[in-house]
Design a protein around this ligand. Structure first.
Ligand code: F6P
Length: 470
């Protein structure tokens, strides 16, 4: 039983708003995370309980020390219940199913002649995914007050709405997908029973919501195709925007100024700068972005010595070999470009792989061109953040496969992410844009990017679940 009064608002996600690491001597240090959900949830302050999973040993130790309710001081006052799910179960659910299958399906990442392979080993991972989802459903059922609103996040927790509905029919349940949703032909790669189980799991919610109309329609099409009828569950779209107030204030603090000066020194004061900031994530298409930059330098030699590509590629999911290989490929291609074109006074690619938020903001301010070319992306907040923070205006080269395209496409230079030559041409067009045109477009991009700030995004979802709007 929970000691404190039951919660009226609950959020559930795999990764919580805080994580722990163990310092020398065994002390646990808490690190607070960022992102849309953290900002959004600040709209309801301490009212909510956030249920998440322990991701590593230090998190598990924090759970053991506290009994699962973390010290609110570690998470900026947010009440967090962290679940210590057995490490093997967690690894199979998170790495095996969520990251290696569901992420691949929704982002169209498979090399289909050889993968996926759904065999007995996969079925064991699937059983772990069920257990892991059940652990969330149990915790939510235990924490929630009568009639509470529960907002379940993402592909990690597709089965939770259905499981929670069985345990607590009184609750108002929403599911939100932060990823794209696969088109039906690709979703059908999954074994039929599992594909149906995933859809029915989400349909256990009162409302299933997505970042764009395109992803919502793909979900509806999968339901119609695989279950034989369109969803009875309500479908919603909430296009998360950038947090302008926070970004503008944070990007002018001294640590950002310091990094801005450092980056300027690295690029050279007069050169144009193409910026990208990503996790080293297969869907982000960093390698093709580098190929496009190489083609720009090859085909349009006038840019040699005149431009620097500042690429931040922060480590992600390094437990998976395919991510480690991809990270190595990013470094290899960046090196090859520097070897081929670099001169004593000019390094064409500046690659940083150590996550540093202040340095990312400095790059946002510095960018003449932002390169956001994912293969497929739920939204892509970097595309929305750069125009808000940019000092002198920034031309945005944007993939038509990013959710952000729905909001920003009109004012961006739009690319097919697989078309390297097209992307090189777009970089040339962006670098050549007249300053007046660039500043005007940046204003329009920033306005579109901030239309739905995170707090409002979150409150809209709660409102849509309220008994009056049911
Ligand atoms: O983009 C969808 C998303 O779930 C984000 O909400 C989150 O940042 C990321 O994917 C998950 O990444 P990780 O596996 O590092 O937690």
């Amino acid at each position: 039983m929970v000691a404190e009064p039951a919660a009226r608002i609950l959020v559930a996600s795999n990764r919580g708003p805080v994580s722990y690491s163990r310092a020398e001597g065994g002390t646990l240090t808490a690190k607070r995370g960022g992102g849309g959900l953290v900002s959004g949830l600040s709209a309801v302050g301490g009212e909510a309980v956030w249920v998440c999973a322990a991701l590593g040993d230090a998190d598990r130790e924090a759970v053991q020390r506290t009994g699962g309710r973390l010290d609110p001081a570690d998470s900026g006052g947010q009440t967090v219940r962290m679940l210590d799910i057995a490490p093997d179960t967690f690894a199979a659910a998170y790495n095996g199913v969520a990251n290696s299958v569901l992420w691949f399906v929704h982002h169209l990442l498979y090399q289909t002649p050889v993968e996926p392979v759904f065999d007995a080993a996969f079925r064991r991972q699937w059983a772990a995914y069920e257990l892991y989802n059940a652990a969330f459903a149990d915790a939510l059922a235990e924490e929630a007050a009568e009639g509470a609103a529960v907002l379940v996040q993402d592909y990690h927790l597709c089965l939770v709405p259905g499981m929670l509905r069985e345990r607590r029919p009184d609750l108002r349940i929403g599911h939100f997908s932060h990823t794209p949703w696969a088109p039906p032909d690709y979703f059908r790669l999954l074994p039929d029973d599992i594909a149906r189980q995933l859809l029915r799991g989400i349909l256990g919610a009162d409302r299933a919501a997505f970042l764009t109309r395109r992803w919502a329609d793909a979900f509806t099409a999968c339901c119609t195709g695989l279950l034989g009828e369109p969803p009875a569950t309500r479908i919603g779209v909430h296009g998360l925007g950038a947090d302008a107030g926070f970004l503008r204030e944070r990007s002018h603090r001294p640590d950002v100024e310091e990094r801005l000066a450092g980056l300027r020194e690295q690029t050279g004061a007069r050169r144009k700068v193409i910026v990208r900031v990503d996790r080293t994530e297969l869907s982000k298409n960093i390698v093709r972005g580098l190929h496009a930059y190489r083609e720009l330098l090859t085909e349009r030699p006038q840019w040699r010595g005149e431009v620097v590509h500042v690429a931040f590629a922060y480590p992600s999911r390094q437990d998976l070999a395919v991510y480690r290989d991809y990270t190595a490929e990013v470094a290899r291609v960046a090196d090859a470009i520097n070897t081929e074109f670099g001169t004593a006074g000019w390094q064409p690619v500046v690659l940083h792989v150590k996550d540093d938020f202040a340095r990312s903001l400095a790059a946002y301010r510095l960018a003449d061109v932002a390169l956001v070319n994912p293969i497929r992306d739920g939204m892509n907040l970097v595309a929305k953040e750069i125009p808000v923070v940019s000092d002198d205006g920034c031309a945005l080269v944007l993939s038509r496969e990013a959710g952000a395209y729905e909001d920003l496409g009109e004012h961006a230079i739009v690319v097919n992410p697989y078309d390297v030559t097209g992307t090189a041409d777009a970089l040339h067009e962006a670098l050549s844009m007249e300053p007046g045109d660039r500043a005007e477009r940046t204003k329009r991009l920033a306005a579109a990017a901030t239309a739905l700030p995170p707090q409002q995004w979150f409150l809209d979802q709660l409102d849509a679940l309220s008994p009056q709007t049911r």
